[in-house]
Write a protein that binds this ligand. Structure first.
Ligand code: BTN
Length: 260
């Protein structure tokens, strides 16, 4: 259960004006937020649910969403024009890492593009989708799922080995309100900085520092096949740079497997 009053009072935002919709069960918070945008809503919509029955993951996969996880979607406007929309996912990833550290003293890392890992096990994931509002503005629906405290038996067997939860990694398990408010506050803080500096480079700097993919041998699964090499950089647009005997390859989307 989320106490919407407690969540609202823990929020400290200057750019985003959050409007919270909380439900015990929903198909997908991302889909619900998308419907709300289609119905005329805009930046600041936040949808939180205790569980999802149709949770969506990247590449059309399912996101298992039993009770004991945080399922949150937020609608945001790209801060420096439409081309800055990919940076919103990066800001959410930075915000989630900060929130895990602040709330539970967990040091999580990022697997490119947006997997939240603790000791190579997945504790959360992010799904960003773009929509156009009634007024013609590009808006991003940013969804995050964090495994808070459910049991292994709540997940299909195939996922149990690769997933972890806050409760497994820390003695301090935050309330949904704490975790959600810290994520939203940390996004807002980055948006404020972007507005002040009119720049995005510091967002990527924080992301790179926490990205465990960098320097690793990787296998990238692309629609056209696989790519093997070393992940040497994340470029200024957030793309992964993979180097192998054929030179450097820019990857804009794909599934990365860390080989060592
Ligand atoms: C991934 O595949 O790693 C991304 C998972 C994103 C899951 C979150 S949970 C809240 C929001 N609603 C959804 O249906 N998906 C995202």
């Amino acid at each position: 259960m989320v106490d919407s009053e407690a969540l609202l009072s823990a929020l400290n935002t200057h750019i985003i004006s959050p409007r919270i919709t909380y439900l015990e069960e929903v198909h997908s918070t991302n889909l619900m937020a998308k419907d709300m945008v289609r119905d005329g809503g805009g930046e600041g919509i936040v949808v939180i649910a205790d569980r999802q029955v149709g949770g969506r993951g990247r590449h059309g996969r399912r996101w298992y969403s039993p009770s004991g996880g945080l399922y949150l979607s937020i609608v945001l406007k790209p801060p420096l024009g439409d081309s800055s929309s990919p940076f919103l996912g990066i800001m959410l990833a930075n915000a989630a890492l900060r929130a895990l550290e602040e709330s539970s003293m967990i040091k999580a890392h990022l697997k490119w593009p947006n997997d939240l890992l603790v000791n190579e096990r997945k504790i959360g994931g992010i799904l960003g989708e773009l929509v156009v509002s009634e007024g013609g503005d590009a808006l991003a629906i940013l969804g995050i799922g964090i495994n808070t405290s459910f049991n292994d038996s709540d997940l299909p067997e195939a996922l149990r080995i690769s997933a972890t939860t806050i409760a497994k990694e820390s003695k301090i398990v935050p309330t949904q309100e704490d975790l959600a408010s810290q994520i939203i506050n940390n996004i807002d803080q980055q948006l404020r900085e972007v507005r002040e500096r009119q720049a995005l480079d510091f967002i990527l700097k924080e992301y790179r520092k926490n990205c465990t993919t960098l320097g690793r041998a990787v296998l990238v699964e692309l629609p056209a096949g696989t790519l093997n090499g070393i992940a040497v950089d994340i470029d200024n647009n957030g793309m992964l740079v993979v180097e192998n005997g054929d030179g450097q390859h820019l990857v804009s989307a794909g599934d990365v497997i860390h080989l060592r």
